[in-house]
Design a protein around this ligand. Structure first.
Ligand code: CAA
Length: 379
């Protein structure tokens, strides 16, 4: 076992760190305040190859491993989780699924521009009445011979308005339950496809979250991914990798808050000394550092398993549940260490605390991760 990164992994981590400091940090408070999507920054991340990091160069990607992906997600998320979620969704939920399961024509048409970062994608599984219970799909894709007729509503869709390519799960044969669900590639602008208002969220406010409405949208049969009825398994296997991305996002939110708290504790004076000299603060910092390190190792383990073609569903669920709970605990403590300054926007930690919460909810709540883990350990 080697606890060392390669030269290439260290270089990409440094590139992400520099990008986060120079391009994401300026304006992050304003984007959060005004719910502004980081469009310019996403374009730059596409140019840097972050949006198709793990896609093979043959399809326009950077051909990196999942370990590098964790390193990049951590660095970006320390500064701006609204930007890093675009990287996570585009890489894990959109590009990965297309590279693994789409046919050659679909890859050329849709994966290549997504991997190059020329456009971004969205993953559309959740519905108003189907979140954790993902088999309960109400969106229908009726088989009309050469096309499917798509009707229904998708909810909480990341990149909802900014995406060009949407992977939509829909029920074709309800009698087969989850085996009757298809995954369809839907393009923005298809007739009958409209985008609802942007959600006004507690955290990751720069991220572009919308509901999507489909009314008699004709989706060509050639846009179905995999065999008839493969949609649910497509979604489940794709989410296994997505959870590594969100776990690394939670890790980054936690380590970003920890670094701010550590620096503040060294600078802030109280009772005639720096508050870092007080044991009450030292113990908080010790717990934060320990839990962050454990979260990081869980993320890297899940990524390593994925890179080595070993099962990683349990590992990614463990990484996500632990890292997201660490993000919540750490950001609350970071606000506490900052005292009153932690409660105002200029010091960043209150935003990180608000951003942390979503990591316990999206791509499977903490409760769903515990279902995935317990089923695996009990089988
Ligand atoms: N890989 C492959 N197949 C899988 C699988 C996996 N990881 N997990 C389940 N399946 C298969 C099962 O084998 C089963 O198939 P068969 O009947 O052929 O054997 C089928 O899928 C149904 O599985 P279950 O019986 O286990 O289904 P369930 O109803 O008990 O639910 C669940 C399973 C794990 C709870 C699932 O519903 C789930 O993951 N829910 C959470 C959904 C989720 O994560 N949503 C996030 C939305 S996306 C998002 O947030 C993105 C964003 O914008 C940031």
């Amino acid at each position: 076992m080697y606890f060392e990164f390669t030269e290439e992994q260290l270089m990409i981590r440094q590139a992400a760190r520099d990008f986060a400091q120079t391009e994401l940090k300026p304006g992050v408070i304003e984007r959060d305040e005004h719910q502004k999507f980081p469009a310019d920054q996403v374009k730059m991340m596409g140019e840097l190859g972050f949006l198709g990091m793990m896609v093979s160069p043959q399809y326009g990607g950077s051909g990196m491993d999942a370990i590098s992906y964790v390193l990049v997600m951590e660095e970006l998320s320390k500064i701006d989780a609204s930007a890093s979620v675009v990287v996570s969704v585009n890489n894990s939920l959109v590009c990965y699924g297309l590279e693994k399961y789409a046919n050659e024509a679909q890859k050329q048409k849709y994966l290549v521009p997504l991997a190059k970062g020329e456009v971004i994608g969205a993953f559309c599984l959740s519905e108003p009445e189907a979140g954790s219970d993902a088999t309960a799909q109400h969106t229908t894709a009726v088989d009309m011979g050469d096309h499917y007729l798509l009707n229904g509503v998708k909810n909480w869709i990341t990149n909802g308005n900014s995406a060009s390519t949407y992977l939509v799960m829909a029920q074709t044969d309800a009698s087969k339950r989850h085996n009757g669900i298809n995954a369809l590639i839907v393009e923005k602008g298809m007739e009958g496809f409209t985008i609802g208002a942007k959600e006004n969220k507690m955290g990751i406010r720069g991220s572009d979250t919308h509901s999507l409405h489909f009314t008699d949208v004709k989706v060509p049969k050639e846009n179905r991914i995999g065999e008839e009825g493969f949609g649910f398994k497509f979604a489940m296997t794709t989410l296994e990798g997505g959870r590594i991305g969100i776990a690394a996002q939670a890790l980054g939110i936690a380590s970003g808050a920890y670094e701010l708290a550590l620096n503040y504790a060294k600078e802030r004076k109280a009772f005639g000394k720096s508050i870092a000299d007080l044991q009450a603060i030292q113990f908080k910092l010790a717990d934060m550092a320990t839990e962050i390190e454990a979260a990081r190792l869980l993320c890297l383990k899940a990524a390593w398993l994925k890179d080595n073609d070993q099962p990683y569903g349990k590992a990614s669920a463990m990484a996500k549940v632990f890292a997201s709970e660490t993000a919540m605990k750490t950001t609350i403590e970071a606000v506490q260490i900052h005292g009153g300054y932690g409660f105002v926007k200029e010091y960043h930690v209150e935003r990180l605390m608000r951003d942390a919460k979503i990591t316990q909810i999206y791509e499977g709540t903490s409760e769903i991760q515990r279902i995935v883990i317990s089923r695996d350990v009990l089988k």
